[in-house]
Design a protein around this ligand. Structure first.
Ligand code: SAM
Length: 348
């Protein structure tokens, strides 16, 4: 396992950035790690690779260890209400011993096409698929979705973190998530993903607040979610959801996608499960999941996070049914959930 320090250096080196080093043993480091005992115990809970066609119920809320291509052969047609795809980007990256190697653009497109058509079979009619990528492989992802006959509806760009600029290039601070649908009648719950923003110009009409409310010590407006997300940060060492997985997505990001594109009780499929962000967020929001991951350690991390969810089902940045701007939360809860000074240090 890498420590959180090395996660920081990997994030920075991937982008050619220099991020200041944080203390290795900072007292507020909340990174979720596995003991040997936990790895042994949780390994027992990993679902083995199926060896025959299985039903949706048999893989409901399962963390399956195996190669996604092989596992998918045994999954049922049309079982997923939504699919979250966070494959290795076109970068050389070590996923706990399984190294994905950077390749040419054409070869990366072929890599996508080796599994994406098989995903379509698993999707219900009108199910949504979200495909993550960076600026380098975004074109290949768009082409692959179209090639598979999916109806591409949007591209979300999210600002993943603050950090220092590279000296010789623009800072690489954004990622894309392509949103596509199998069919022409997408399910989209815009009301469920509204964002609560502080009002900068509190206009009034005849003395009455226009589109905003006075709450506690602030003035807020609920706004519709756009395809530019600047309210997220990649999980890091002092966040409760952080693990040592090198490319972990924030739960808040998954929460938006799941609330917009699934109903309570719906099934989300994630064939590149990693540290389990999709599974854990699905559980927190009353959805079901099927997750595949090749690394035993990452499967165990997922299971540990699912156990932790039993006593803490909060999603940082999503409270009272709304998404809050980065570094903000309901005034009444600020004491419990405030970003620590160390976080601020890193975020600046
Ligand atoms: C970008 S990461 C996903 C991170 C995840 N979204 C999270 O929040 O933790 C990609 C994951 O896919 C896994 N992976 C890559 N190729 C795989 C394959 N063929 N079968 C199963 N898992 C695979 C890697 O081990 C890695 O954990």
């Amino acid at each position: 396992m890498f420590d959180s320090m090395s996660k920081m250096s990997r994030l920075s080196s991937e982008q050619g950035e220099k991020i200041p080093e944080v203390r290795a043993s900072a007292p507020r480091n909340r990174t979720i790690r596995l003991t040997e005992e936990e790895t042994e115990r949780l390994s027992e809970k990993i679902c083995p690779m199926p060896c025959r066609k299985v039903s949706a119920d048999e893989v409901s809320d399962c963390v399956i260890m195996g190669d996604m291509l092989a596992v998918m052969e045994f999954l049922p047609d049309s079982f997923a209400d939504a699919v979250f795809l966070d494959p290795p980007y076109n970068l050389t990256k070590d996923f706990n011993g399984n190294v994905f190697r950077k390749r040419g653009d054409g070869a990366y497109f072929e890599y996508l096409m080796s599994w994406l058509p098989k995903i379509v079979r698993l999707m219900k009619e009108n199910a949504a698929v979200y495909l993550c990528c960076d600026w380098k492989c975004t074109a290949a992802c768009y082409e692959a979705l179209r090639e598979c006959g999916l109806n591409v509806r949007n591209r979300i760009t999210w600002q993943r973190e603050k950090g220092r600029s590279a000296d010789d290039n623009w800072k690489n601070a954004c990622e894309d998530i392509w949103y596509a649908v199998k069919g022409d009648e997408p399910i989209f719950h815009g009301d469920a993903v509204r964002m609560k923003r502080k009002v900068i110009a509190p206009y009034r009409t005849d003395g009455v607040p226009k589109d905003w409310n006075e709450e506690g010590n602030g003035r807020y407006r609920l706004t519709g979610a756009s395809n530019f997300w600047d309210d997220l940060t990649v999980p890091f060492w002092s966040m409760r959801e952080n693990t040592d997985h090198p490319t972990q997505k924030p739960e808040k990001l998954l929460a938006k996608l799941l609330l917009a594109s699934t109903e309570a009780g719906g099934v989300v499929f994630d064939p590149f499960g990693g540290s389990g962000t999709t599974a854990v967020t699905a559980r927190k929001l009353g959805r079901k999941f099927t997750s595949i991951e090749q690394s035993r350690e990452y499967c165990c991390l997922t299971l540990k996070r699912l156990e932790m969810e039993e006593t803490d089902s909060a999603i940082q940045g999503y409270e009272d049914g709304v998404f809050w701007e980065r570094n903000s939360q309901p005034p009444k809860k600020q004491e419990n959930h405030s970003i620590s000074e160390d976080d601020e240090l890193f975020l600046k």
